[in-house]
Design a binder for this molecule. Structure first.
Ligand SMILES: Cc1cc2nc3c(=O)[nH]c(=O)nc-3n(C[C@H](O)[C@H](O)[C@H](O)COP(=O)(O)O)c2cc1C
Length: 232
């Protein structure tokens, strides 16, 4: 299977150790592509909306964003590993997600996303991980991904991997490896009821939009090209 991994820190610390433990179970026989943030997309969305109104290749950051998006669309499993920053996902993770807004279901979703699986790995010193996980999970759902699995840890002893109690480190590694094994022999996921409902509402929205304007928007044209809506 093809795996894309996006690690939300360049520090080779706790996130890195968990990500490596996860991949150690899946390296054999799988094709893995890795990205690190902010290195591989150091940009915030500028709000120009060229992606929405014209095409994602018009984005001033397309040279960074496009290879990551292409890898995601091409993979069976997408892994997000990142630390919790102030109870949420780090800003550079959100900055990348913002660039994917044009692929959300109300805009131009890629149907290949409708069968993908996502794994989210997070850790904090002790704060709940769910807010940070939701930042990525929400985007994945609106991109059309039906299966999102999560694992999160509280480090407790501090933020330096080598300074954590050895028993605690072992436990994190053991749990992360078991989590990774649950993705072996991965089958394509089926579109969920939530996904189907969002898609149906978006289809109606695009069909209605066509009635209002002489020239279809970039989004409506995409839906027409996919055969998801009918020309007037
Ligand atoms: C800017 C910043 C904000 C953080 N915010 C929190 C937080 O709100 N709650 C928490 O428990 N840990 C917080 N942490 C700790 C991280 O979640 C993480 O445990 C730490 O960065 C170690 O992971 P790393 O080695 O991958 O960087 C924060 C760390 C940083 C650098």
């Amino acid at each position: 299977m093809k795996i894309t991994v996006i690690t939300g820190t360049e520090v080779q610390g706790c996130t890195y150790q968990l990500k490596e433990a996860f991949l150690s179970e899946l390296r054999q026989g799988n094709e893995i592509k890795e990205f690190y943030l902010p290195r591989d997309n150091p940009h915030f969305c500028r709000g120009c909306k060229l992606c929405f109104d014209q095409h994602e290749d018009k984005c001033p950051h397309a040279a960074h964003v496009r290879p990551i998006w292409n890898a995601i669309v091409d993979s069976d499993l997408i892994v997000w590993a990142y630390p919790v920053y102030v109870m949420r996902a780090p800003g550079h993770v959100k900055a990348l997600l913002d660039h994917f807004g044009c692929h959300w279901m109300p805009h131009r979703p890629d149907s290949k996303m409708f069968s993908k699986t996502v794994a989210i790995i997070t850790q904090s010193i002790g704060a709940p991980n769910n807010g940070a996980q939701a930042d990525v999970a929400t985007s994945m759902t609106w991109l059309g991904v039906p299966r999102v699995k999560k694992i999160g840890f509280g480090l407790i002893d501090g933020t330096i991997w080598e300074e954590l109690k050895p028993k605690r480190r072992e436990n994190f590694i053991k749990k992360t490896k078991a989590f990774a094994r649950s993705f072996k022999n991965l089958k394509p996921a089926k579109m969920s009821l939530v996904g189907k409902t969002i898609f149906a509402v978006c289809r109606k929205m695009q069909q209605n939009q066509l009635k209002k304007t002489a020239k279809p928007s970039a989004d409506a044209q995409y839906w027409l090209d996919q055969g998801w809506i009918k020309a007037r």
